[in-house]
Design a protein around this ligand. Structure first.
Ligand code: FES
Length: 85
């Protein structure tokens, strides 16, 4: 067994069938914003499979806070990072 290095926080971005229509732009938006805020090494951005919240697509989850956010828009990324990371 080998323990891997990981950031203390993770933003999971759904890449399921419905969220996948938006996930590329949302993921890129979070990565750019985290880099601009100097948080790139502290927060990982990871794709996840469908979480059965499809009617609220696109869905993200912020861990370890276990915060789930639906209907995320690109223009809200900066505020989400400021408020919840
Ligand atoms: S596809 Fe994202 S919650 Fe189902």
């Amino acid at each position: 067994m080998k323990k891997l290095d990981a950031a203390g926080k993770v933003i999971f971005i759904c890449d399921g069938k419905k969220c996948g229509n938006y996930s590329k732009e949302i993921r890129k938006g979070f990565k750019v914003e985290l880099k601009d805020c100097g948080l790139k090494k502290e927060v990982d951005v990871v794709r996840m499979t469908c979480s059965d919240n499809c009617k609220h697509a696109p869905v993200i989850s912020i861990q370890p806070k276990n915060l789930w956010i639906g209907e995320v828009q690109e223009k809200e990324i900066s505020r989400i990072i400021k408020d919840y990371i």
